[in-house]
Ligand binder design. Structure first.
Ligand SMILES: *Cc1c(COP(=O)(O)O)cnc(C)c1O
Length: 460
C-alpha cells in the first residue's frame, strides 16, 4: 500500500515517508492509493481495542513495517489511559450513545492519533539512527497530546507554539508544566493563525535543523493520526452491534480529521448510515454541506476552542476522494485559487453530499443549553465540544433513523469556565488537578521576527 498527494504531484510514497514528511511536496495531503478492506468476520472475533487496531493499522503500514513489528508496537502504543480498554461507551438511551474518547493522559481524543504517531516516529528514528524536531501550533488539545506522546522519546524534541487567546488554563498548563528537557513550550505573541504561519515558514526554511534531522508535523494532515482514529470507529461499531447495522456518528468538527477517519472506516467496510458534521459558529463546513459554499471567514472565539478554525485542512481529502472521484488535477485547481476564491463544486456532484452527510452549526448559547439539557435529563455532564455534536443530534433527530453515536472528544473538567457558566460541575481527574498546581515554564517569543527559529536552533 503506497500513498499519493491529493494534488497529484507527489506519489509512490511509503507509509514511513508519509509519516515523516507530513504534508506532500505539492501542498496537498497524502491519501492511500486505494482503500484497504477490513475482514469484518475476523474483526468480529476481537474483544478489545488493541485487537481491533491490529486488524486496521497494518493495512496502512505494510510498505514499511512487517506485521509482527507493528503488532509489537501496538501492544505498547496507547498508555496512561484511565479506562482498562481505553474507551467508555455511555448509553444515553436506546438510540443514542456517547463514545468517550477522553480517558487518555491529556483528557482529549487527540491522544489516540498522537500516541500512534509518536510510536512510529520513534521506531523510524531508532532504525535510521536519526533525531527529530516536532514543530507545531495548537489551539488547545493538539499541543498537550503531542508533548505527552513524545516526551518519553529522547530522539524527539518538541517545540509547541501556544497562541495568545482562547484556550483554557488547564490546556496551557498541560504544556507549560512538563518538566522534561526535550519539551519546549513557547508562548507566542499573536493568534493561532500567526502561529500556523510561523510553523509553515519553519517547514519551508528549516534553518534550525541539523544535518540528517527530521522536522515532524503533528497536526492532523499527518496520515498516521487518521489511522489511529479509524480504529475507534470500528471498535464502537463492534461493541454496539457487532458491525451488523449501520450507525450514525455525530462528530464535533474543526480540521475535519475525525470526520475523515469516520469516512475512511466506511470505505474500509464499516457499516455507516450518516455522518453528522457538527461545528460551532466557525461554520465553513456547515456552509459547504448546506449551500455548496466553502469560503474562508474570520475566526470567532467560542467556548469550544479546539474547533475554532477558518479552514478545515482535512476537507481536501474528502473533496478529492468523495466528490472529485480522485481527480487530482481538479483538486489542485480548486486549491490553487483558495482561499482567495471560495470553493463551489458542480451542483450535480455536490448533491451527493446528502447520501452520507448532515451538518449543523451550534452557537455558544445553544451549546450551553445542550450541556444543561443532558445534565437535567440524563444526569450527564459533557464538555462544550461534545455538546456541539449532541446539539446537532437533538436538532437533526428526525433525519437520523438508525442508532447514533456522539463522539465525546474532551473531558468536561478541561473547560471549568464553560462548565460554571452553564451552572454545571464535574470532578476533576487527578491528572488535571495536578497540572493546575505545578509551576509553569515557557519561553515568551514574538511571531514577528526570527526569534522562534533562533530559539529552536539554540536548543536543538
Ligand atoms: C481537535 C478537537 C476537535 C476537532 O477535531 P478535528 O479532527 O480537527 O475535526 C474537537 N474536539 C476537541 C476536544 C478537540 O481537541
Amino acid at each position: 500500500m503506497l500513498f499519493h498527494s491529493t494534488r497529484g504531484k507527489d506519489s509512490n510514497k511509503t507509509f514511513e515517508e508519509v509519516l515523516m514528511q507530513g504534508l506532500a511536496q505539492d501542498g496537498g495531503l497524502f491519501i492511500p492509493d486505494y482503500w484497504p478492506e477490513v475482514n469484518i468476520n475476523d474483526l468480529r472475533s476481537c474483544d478489545n481495542f488493541i485487537d481491533v487496531a491490529k486488524h486496521i493499522v497494518p493495512l496502512f503500514t505494510d510498505s514499511s513495517f512487517d506485521r509482527a513489528e507493528v503488532n509489537k508496537i501496538l501492544d505498547k502504543t496507547w498508555h496512561d489511559f484511565e479506562k482498562k480498554d481505553y474507551i467508555n461507551i455511555f448509553n444515553i438511551n436506546e438510540t443514542v450513545s456517547i463514545l468517550e474518547l477522553f480517558h487518555g493522559p491529556t483528557a482529549a481524543f487527540k491522544d489516540f492519533g498522537l500516541q500512534l504517531a509518536a510510536a512510529f516516529f520513534n521506531k523510524t528514528l531508532q532504525t535510521q539512527n536519526k533525531t527529530a524536531i516536532v514543530l507545531g501550533a495548537t489551539s488547545g488539545d493538539t499541543g498537550p497530546a503531542a508533548i505527552d506522546a513524545c516526551k518519553e522519546f529522547d530522539l524527539i524534541k518538541s517545540f509547541i507554539l501556544i497562541p495568545e487567546g482562547n484556550m483554557s488554563e488547564i490546556q496551557r498548563k498541560q504544556m507549560t508544566t512538563v518538566d522534561k528537557n526535550n519539551v519546549y513550550p513557547i508562548l507566542a505573541s499573536g493568534s493561532f493563525d500567526d502561529c500556523q504561519d510561523i510553523v509553515k515558514k519553519g517547514f519551508n526554511e528549516r534553518t534550525f535543523l541539523k544535518d540528517d534531522q527530521y522536522l515532524l508535523a503533528i497536526n492532523s494532515i499527518n496520515w498516521v493520526r487518521i489511522v489511529g482514529q479509524i480504529c475507534y470507529y470500528f471498535y464502537v461499531s463492534l461493541k454496539i452491534n457487532k458491525l451488523s447495522e449501520p450507525l450514525n456518528f455525530s462528530v464535533p468538527t474543526g480540521n475535519f480529521g475525525n470526520v475523515f477517519a469516520c469516512y475512511a472506516a466506511s470505505k474500509m467496510g464499516m457499516p455507516l448510515s450518516k455522518i453528522v458534521v457538527a461545528v460551532n459558529s466557525n461554520d465553513i463546513l456547515d456552509r459547504f454541506f448546506r449551500n455548496n459554499d466553502y469560503s474562508k471567514n474570520e475566526v470567532n472565539e467560542t467556548i469550544s476552542p479546539s474547533m475554532d478554525i477558518s479552514i478545515a485542512s482535512n476537507f481536501e481529502r474528502l473533496l478529492y476522494d468523495f466528490y472529485l472521484n480522485r481527480d487530482a488535477e481538479m483538486c489542485s485547481k480548486l486549491y490553487s485559487r483558495f482561499p482567495e476564491n471560495s470553493i463551489h463544486i458542480d451542483q450535480s456532484i455536490w448533491s451527493k453530499s446528502s447520501e452520507l452527510f448532515l451538518s449543523y452549526s451550534s452557537d455558544d448559547i445553544s451549546t450551553y443549553k445542550c450541556m444543561q439539557y443532558y445534565f437535567n435529563k440524563y444526569n450527564y455532564v459533557m464538555d462544550p465540544h461534545t455538546a456541539v455534536a449532541a446539539d446537532a443530534v437533538r436538532s437533526l433527530k428526525d433525519a437520523l433513523v438508525s442508532k447514533t453515536v456522539i463522539l465525546s472528544t474532551a473531558h468536561p473538567a478541561k473547560f471549568p469556565t464553560a462548565l460554571s457558566n452553564a451552572s454545571l460541575h464535574t470532578d476533576m481527574p487527578n491528572k488535571l488537578s495536578a497540572v493546575l498546581n505545578k509551576k509553569e515554564k515557557a519561553e515568551k517569543l514574538s511571531t514577528n521576527d526570527n526569534s522562534i527559529f533562533e530559539y529552536i536552533k539554540t536548543n536543538n
